[in-house]
Ligand binder design. Structure first.
Ligand code: AMP
Ligand code: MG
Length: 487
């Protein structure tokens, strides 16, 4: 276990030079105070979790203090936002604070979001508000606990610094961890600005740092692109299987590592709704829940375009063609598991589709349905769940087919099926109304609720005595919370 001043920095991205990032110091926020920290994320840096309570922790992660060996940088990138190319984005309010190696030799980017203005801030103030910082923190740690690849969050530090959005709010900073903050848009930037040497340097950096096994391949860039396609297919299958809606799948928010990245107006589904749009500003539903799959492929083709100097168009097309079948295979596998199935039958896809249709028309809670289905023997569970559906006859027919299907499984007892299901079907997810309650308290200076919610979400599959209320469907006020892009 290390103290904060014992971290080992090796700022390899910073050393790529000024074409890739600009040296900027964080601008501190006033009266820093720890809102919440993640012991699990601290462990990634070998940090003793008790360090979070020290005043120096809040000072560092609010921009007041800095390691002499860190090299804070604002990274440049561009990207496709809602389908249109924006030639210049970049870290407008976040900084790659430094790059750390842990004792296991893993590389972690420390990224401080809300750290003040940079050359990429355009009209923005360089700040992040407390509510969006808390949302990013909780989402990162909750997705990780669900087994969904994601950037991590170390801490949220609150302040008294005022920030103007629709109303006056307070500034905060979230410390994000990821093995890399390089995005699809980082490649697009060097491609569209016609900087072939820099594009190549970026590609070699990513290959060496994050896809070293691809260097053995005859065509390393193609091998890397295939892996990126594979990882995104798996990632998006997990989002769809668990009801996570990212909200702003612009190519500047897509990680080159295939992890969930750059949280904005994201949401987990409460009632199942294919057409759910979590981003209030997404009027056309470009990033609606079901569109995440084709948009995932669209984003990969935008990345492919930026890689045309290294890979033939034909090979890129072929690799892109892997996306849908891989996605479907992962999705089907996850949904089978959610239903407690261990074998595969051709008709399973139809069984799943029929269920989702019934849930859609019935407004059935997506998370609780699967959890409850594993609470008891299938006939008892189904007879309890049928009242949640509007098309009760349709559900009864489905339940009959489901029970016949599990009867054909040659895999242990009913009890084993229930245990298997509970291990993959969470009881607790980050529902918007739960986040909102924690945010309301935090905005009044009370951080207990954020910390409790964080703690509950770190064990989403385990029933936690006393925490039953965290598993409940949203109350009326919490059903249609409008989450905008302003953060
Ligand atoms: P996002 O929607 O958070 O992914 O941000 C899109 C772009 O806008 C990125 O280049 C951000 O750095 C920039 N940006 C967002 N909010 C701010 C802000 N308050 N100040 C400066 N830049 C911002
Ligand atoms: Mg972004």
């Amino acid at each position: 276990m290390k103290a904060l001043d014992e971290l080992t920095f090796d700022n390899r991205f910073a050393r790529l030079g000024d074409a890739f990032s600009t040296s900027v110091l964080p601008e501190p926020i006033a009266d820093p105070r720890l809102v919440v920290s993640s012991a699990a994320a601290m462990a990634l840096l070998d940090l003793d979790p008790a360090q979070a309570e020290l005043p120096v922790f809040a000072e560092i992660f609010s921009g007041h203090k800095l390691w002499a060996t860190a090299d804070p940088r604002a990274m440049v990138y561009s990207g496709h936002q809602f389908g249109s190319y924006n030639p210049r984005l970049g870290d407008g309010r976040g900084l790659l604070l430094g790059e750390v190696y842990n004792d296991a030799g893993e590389h972690w980017d420390l990224h401080l979001k809300g750290a003040g203005q940079t050359p990429y801030s355009r009209m923005g103030d360089g700040r992040a508000v407390l509510r969006s910082s808390i949302r990013e923190f909780l989402a990162s740690e909750a997705l990780h606990a669900l087994g969904i690849p994601t950037s991590r969050a170390l801490s949220v530090i609150g302040s008294s610094t005022p920030v103007w959005r629709e109303k006056q709010e307070r500034a905060a900073m979230v410390l994000r961890l990821a093995p890399s903050h390089i995005r699809f848009g980082s490649f697009e930037y060097f491609f569209y600005t016609k900087q072939p040497d820099e594009l190549k340097a970026l590609g070699e950096h990513v290959l060496a740092m994050h896809y070293p096994e691809c260097l053995e391949h005859a065509e390393p860039y193609l091998a890397m692109f295939r892996q990126i396609v594979e990882r995104n297919a798996e990632l998006i299958a997990k989002w769809q299987a668990y009801g996570f809606c990212h909200g702003v799948m612009n190519t500047d928010n897509m990680s080159i590592l295939g992890i969930t990245f750059d949280f904005g107006p994201f949401a987990f589904l409460d009632d199942f709704d294919q057409n759910f749009i979590c981003n209030h500003s997404d009027h056309d539903g470009r990033y609606s829940f079901s569109n995440q799959v084709p948009i995932g492929q669209w984003n990969l083709s935008a990345l492919a375009q930026a890689l045309t100097p290294f890979i033939s168009v034909e090979a890129l097309r072929e690799a892109l063609g892997l996306f849908l079948p891989l996605y479907q295979a992962h999705y089907l596998d996850l949904m089978r598991r959610r239903l407690g199935l261990t074998s595969a039958e051709d008709a399973d896809a139809t069984l799943i589709e029929r269920l989702l249709k019934l849930m859609q028309t019935g407004g059935v809670d997506y998370t609780l349905f699967f959890r409850r289905l594993g609470d008891e023997s299938a006939p008892v569970a189904c007879s309890r769940l049928r009242d949640d559906f509007i098309d009760i006859q349709g559900f009864d027919a489905w339940a009959g087919d489901y029970q016949a299907r599990i009867a054909r499984e040659d895999n242990g007892s009913e009890l084993e099926r229930q245990t298997r299901m509970h291990a993959v079907n969470p009881l607790y997810i980050l529902r918007n109304y739960l986040a909102q309650k924690a945010i309301d308290a935090a905005e009044n200076g009370d951080y207990e609720e954020v910390r409790r919610l964080h703690s509950v979400l770190t064990k989403p599959f385990e029933a936690q005595p006393g925490m039953e209320s965290y598993a409940e469907r949203p109350p009326e006020w919490g059903k249609h919370l409008e989450i905008s892009c302003s953060s």
